[in-house]
Design a protein around this ligand. Sequence first.
Ligand SMILES: [Zn+2]
Length: 444
Amino acid sequence: MNEIDVLKKIASNLTERKNSAALSNYRVLCSNIAFLNKAFATAIGTLRSLHSQIESSLTNDLHLNSQYKSGTDLNAFVPIVSRLQLNSFSVFEKLAALTEPDERAHITLESVSALSRGFDDYNDLVTATRQYIDSIVSDSYQLCLLDPKSFNYHVLVSLNSFSKYATKSLAHALFNVEVESALNEFGTIKFKDWTKSHITECNHSTFAQKVDFLFSVLGAPTDPDLPDDLKNLFKFSSEFTHIGYISTFFTSTAGAEVIFGDEDGPYLPSTENFSELKYEILETACNALLATYIPSLIKCLEKLMLKSQADKFSALLHQSAAALSDAIGTRNSKYFFFIKTGLIGSTSSIPLTCMCGETRTWVPPHATTDLYCTSCGSSFQLLEVDGDGGYIITSNGPAKIIGANVPDFHDLPMAEQIKLLKQCEEAAKSAHGPQPGSQPDAAQ
Ligand SMILES: [Zn+2]
């Protein structure tokens, strides 16, 4: 193969759109995106509403630790911390707006092209992602550090680049005499000394170094893959923002697409592929908020405020984090059900009620590919058991065996319910048997 062969292969990739097959269930994907997007937007909304309370507390000297009170050097961080948060929220909200689920209500075969996703859509989503991931890590880093030189570096490097191209009127509006003099001082420092000078310092200049530093301070995240996920998403989104060769590979040519369909109407392969990326990004974005931003803000407030004040906000922030964490946790879980032997493969329809409340009716011939919840995307695993007892006693409570000829637990006479619950209590004390709603891997 010579250089022209390689070039030709690249050229064909740039121009021939590949009709990738629908990789997973589009309806489930949309439902997952809607759920997670709502949780994400709610968490951002909570942060925004807490901001005004935090701000008024920060301007009250009675709430601050002595080294941050008015008149001290470090009091400069009070307005900075307030402003940093507001900047972050704008960037967070932009990503939330771009990760809403597809609107399919009025899509018909004639208008299905409205669902086609191309370069512009990818460009919007991925550049907003790049902005999000970069600013969430950078802001978390500054909130954790609250170090004058490190903050100066961060701001002066940006201002320095900004001032090179900003128009006179823009510069005039943004740069007052104080900023000018700070920039002039910065101008006297050689580029190689920027990271360690009398006014600036930067010990973690790259994105990856900042991520590693954050987790070394905040503790390892629950998901051990998160640091790599963040770094990979940063690289992926940077590619779009900076050079864009790869992005145009799979997004540049509009060709005729095969039309898919489901109960909600028609859609296109590109719609689904785009949604898959959207979902991945949304999940990482939620995890970043949980594992970097919220704990960094808590850490920052603990430095600035008296313990009683910091504890108050910390409790509220933990509450918001827990809600988001629950939302992530209930997506795509694996649940299992006890089912009477012989029911699978019979002519009966089997109702499977997911932990999210949605019931899927599993109709014959009981294809295992249908074993998932259409609402939350969780997958179901069935354990066949002898149905004679009617219920399985678990440490999580009694579970009715699907297909067993007994009433639902809550329809039993109270005495029967109590008897079963007592047995469950015993089971909880002794063993960790399989529990409905838990991960099967965790069960013995
Ligand atoms: Zn479900």
